[in-house]
Design a protein around this ligand. Structure first.
Ligand code: IPE
Ligand code: IPE
Ligand code: MG
Length: 234
């Protein structure tokens, strides 16, 4: 059932998560290599980040590279690693503009030492900030749950609870996402936030990620406010 919440009754959405899909197809349509699609994907991400700040979204999560994306050709993987390194160097210079706490979701072990050090240093430097930006990089929902269980076992925990698992996930500092948006037209979640998505509203659009801008986000938010979230109640 749908009920429209009037503009006055609306609270800003606390947490929006994005499955940023469609970069490769966007490039292919323009006769460009897939890597170019990722470059334009970063630009789209930046404009979405700014829009989220302007409309008061507290937590933003983006899926940038999955545990399964290592299967891609080496050339593409390398170019994504380079792009991330360059993006972080830019972000570092503009840390004050974004005023966000940066959290990487995923095991950093496979990254080269320089990139890993940069990621850790930026998490440390931004850790006291209120608003959160989660970047899923080598992220997989199943990997995250396994990692959380192993962490709890290492702490000597004998029995787990929903709270203890939530607290051991990469997203421990964040609330669960209210809205998950997937661009690129596929109707699946591809191993994203399996635990945290329990009661998220899902929004799918055919728009390819590099074309997803503030107007497209506003349309998704409009749709979100028409949803009635019952959480199993009546
Ligand atoms: C999403 O775009 C970005 C990553 C997975 C790194 P894709 O690269 O999957 O683009 P399509 O789906 O092939 O168009
Ligand atoms: C999901 O996109 C992962 C990211 C957006 C980082 P994929 O392109 O990897 O997903 P599948 O292969 O279509 O499921
Ligand atoms: Mg894809």
């Amino acid at each position: 059932m749908k009920t429209t919440v009037t503009a006055k009754e609306r609270k800003p959405i606390e947490h929006i998560a994005f499955i940023m899909d469609g970069n490769g197809r966007w490039a292919k349509k323009r006769g460009m290599p897939r890597e170019q699609g990722h470059r334009f994907g970063v630009k789209a991400f930046q404009s979405i980040l700014e829009h989220c700040r302007d409309i008061g979204v507290h937590t933003i999560t983006v899926y940038a590279f999955s545990t399964e994306n290592w299967k891609r050709p080496e050339k593409e993987v390398k170019s994504i690693m380079r792009l991330m390194d360059r993006y972080l160097s830019d972000f570092e210079k503009n840390m004050d503009r974004y005023q966000m706490r940066l959290c990487f979701l995923g095991d950093k072990a496979p990254f080269d030492a320089k990139l890993r050090a940069r990621m850790e240093q930026m998490e440390q430097a931004s850790k006291d900030r209120e608003r959160i930006l989660n970047i899923g990089f080598n992220y997989g929902g199943r990997d995250e749950i396994v990692h959380a269980c192993n962490r709890l076992i290492a702490q000597g925990v004998k029995e787990v609870s929903e709270d203890s698992i939530s607290g051991a996930l990469y997203t421990a500092a964040s609330s669960d996402p209210d809205l998950i948006i997937r661009t690129g037209g596929d109707l699946r979640i591809s191993n994203f936030m399996l635990w945290q998505a329990a009661y998220a509203e899902l929004y799918f659009t055919d728009v390819l990620w590099p074309d997803f801008g503030p107007a497209e986000l506003d349309a998704a938010i409009e749709e979100f406010y028409t949803r009635q979230r019952r959480y199993g109640g009546v």
